[in-house]
Design a protein around this ligand. Sequence first.
Ligand code: ADE
Length: 229
Amino acid sequence: MVFDIISAVPELLESPFSHSILKRAVKNNLITINIIDIRQYGIGPHKQIDDYQYGGGAGMVLMAEPLKNCIEDLLASHKYDEIIFMTPDGDTFNQQQANQLSLSDRLMIILGHYKGIDQRIRDKYITKEISIGDYVLSGGELPAAVIVDSISRLIPGVLNDATSALTDSHQDNLLAPPVYTRPSVIDDMEVPEVLLSGNDKRIEEWRYQQSLLKTKMKRPDLYDKNKES
Ligand code: ADE
């Protein structure tokens, strides 16, 4: 899958994709992440990309023209499943959306900064607006890193253990069960006996029951959804 990410602060995106699982996914050509600096499309000798908002008010707005030229350039050579704008007033991201987006071939992700982007760009090009939660960050870079990570780990081959993504929290609206590793006893706290039993069926049932219990306690809203499905 290809992610084309348009950013005014591309440096912010260097680290999240340069380590661990995503780094390996890029190296193995399972995902490609292109980061496009909107400043390349800036206007005039100073490569201006933002301006004051009409009607007054604090905060700069990313100008329509640089974004339009950048988006049109990309559209001239590629087809996109979605053109996404990261914004705190978008639909709240969740595992179901990650699952659905992981079936895409190519996504364009546009990141706002300052006060946001000119509304006309949203009206004309954006097919999906995504928020990662009800709080405001300084720009879309961190939110983009969040969604690219959660989408990428669902692409076959990105995780070593093919079943691992399926047992994540939020798949099936259940939180993941507790996990333990060596040693089997620390400060008098023991690993649950069933996990040492070697009995796969009992272990699976225990994990499922723990998931149900944890979800019921911590996220009754998800628990109800799980019961409905
Ligand atoms: N940009 C700023 N805050 C954001 C949020 N919560 N989600 C997505 N994009 C954002």
